[in-house]
Design a protein. Structure first.
Length: 427
């Protein structure tokens, strides 16, 4: 999607957006997405559906920085778990639902590993005029996310298959029944997700960091982030852009393989689709399926691959992988630093640590890691990591390569005895 910026009423400088904070009685100014309406001008005010999404925090993370290998004031965590449904998806869903209202959609549909279904369900309930259906893979969704979809009242179909199966069926159903598609194939979703970058810039006094680090699943965020920076440069509101680092889980590493092994590039829009298709054919022949505890990024065939390759080119970006063990260890460090997050979110911190160790990220670089979802999205893994003995942890999650809890905060079992309780407190 390209805008004719000559017709947009843009501010003279990014700092001018801060004036919106004084207009909190205005629902658009109250939203951390629509506060930047001039940079996502596709929807008229009367079509916009907002629940105050995007009021999120960029936190200076000095307690987590040493784990990554950075000094004080060099690591920042953008906590998107503070959105109404508990994940970054609300940034895009307010935009997609607003467009759906604009075009008169009667129903909405999505495939989901969990967070998309929760966000679609929330906006469907708030709007009340566009009922939704969500397809989730059988046994492939965390209860914290499924609970939201059920509670908000949408129709939930559990399909026998993984996310990629659900995604293919959703595209077919959307065409057959003419239902509005809410997955990140929808370009209006990405327009809303651009605003995560505007808020990071705002949190840093409108000075871009050296790096943006983000988990890579369906690649909607990375695609949106690249577009956000490209547009800001085009309209003269930003001189230089951060480098983008996209982090795959090792068990769901399609982008990593395509970029680093197959050397697939954007190539000015001429992506080698034949080689991508051949790669997917080999993947199917080998029955290689995405498998990671970071369920939000457990995706084989990312639908925004081409747009992501474009973002990597625009930002001189890199792609890295981290194991589930590295993800859970990083997740524990994020929690100990005061911000809980779901496993997929911690891939960004684990990835920053790995890139810093390799010297890709410099010691003096400023790094912003995007935490995409709330800690309570998938609490079972958190409790297991901190409470199970390592043998039991390995038995439960060994197939994912998790055999240790290096940063566990184990609960201490004590008898109902005052002296023993005091003794345990004073150790």
């Amino acid at each position: 999607m390209r805008y004719d910026w000559s017709k947009a009423a843009l501010p003279c400088r990014l700092k001018d957006f801060e004036a919106k904070w004084a207009e909190q009685a205005d629902p658009l100014a109250f939203s951390g997405v629509w506060r930047f309406h001039e940079l996502i001008p596709f929807a008229a005010r009367e079509h916009i559906i907002t629940v105050g999404e995007g009021r999120t925090i960029l936190q200076r993370a000095d307690r987590v920085a040493p784990y990554v290998g950075l000094g004080a004031g060099r690591l920042f965590l953008q906590y998107e778990g503070l959105n109404p449904s508990g994940s970054f998806k609300d940034n895009g869903m307010t935009a997609a639902y607003s467009h759906a209202r604009r075009v008169g959609a009667k129903r909405a549909i999505c495939a989901s590993t969990g967070n998309t279904s929760a966000s679609v369900a929330l906006y469907s309930a708030v709007d009340g005029r566009i009922p939704a259906v969500v397809l989730v893979g059988s046994g492939k969704i965390a209860y914290g996310k499924l609970a939201q979809a059920l509670d908000y009242g949408v129709r939930v179909l559990q399909v026998e298959g993984d996310f990629d199966v659900c995604m293919e069926r959703v595209k077919q159903v959307a065409r057959e029944l003419r239902i509005y598609l809410m997955n990140s194939l929808n370009p209006f979703r990405l327009e809303g997700q651009k605003t995560i970058m505007y808020r990071i810039l705002e949190g840093l006094g409108w000075e871009p960091p050296d790096w943006i680090v983000v988990p890579g699943g369906n690649l909607g965020n990375s695609s949106a982030f690249g577009k956000a920076f490209r547009e800001l440069q085009e309209v003269g509101l930003l001189d230089c852009v951060p480098r983008l680092a996209i982090i795959n889980a090792a068990g769901a590493d399609t982008l990593y393989r395509l970029v680093n092994q197959e050397k697939i590039r954007w190539n000015d829009g001429r992506v080698d689709e034949a080689r991508v298709a051949a790669f997917y054919d080999r993947m199917e022949a080998e029955n290689r399926r995405a498998k990671t505890l970071a369920s939000a990024i457990e995706i084989n065939r990312p639908v925004n691959l081409a747009k992501c390759l474009r973002a990597l080119e625009w930002t001189d970006g890199v792609v890295e992988t981290v194991t589930d063990q590295e993800i859970l260890d990083a997740k524990a460090q994020v929690g100990a630093g005061g911000f809980g997050c779901e496993p997929a979110s911690a891939a960004s911190v684990a990835g920053a640590r790995k890139l810093r160790a390799a010297g890709v990220i410099g010691a003096s670089d400023r790094v912003a890691c995007v935490l995409t979802g709330h800690a309570l999205k998938d609490p079972n893994i958190t409790v297991a990591y901190h409470s199970l003995a390592e043998a039991a942890l390995g038995e439960k999650y060994g197939e994912y390569g998790v055999r240790a809890a290096k940063h566990a905060n184990r609960p201490i079992v004590v008898p109902d005895d005052l002296e023993k309780i005091i003794e345990a407190i004073q150790v």
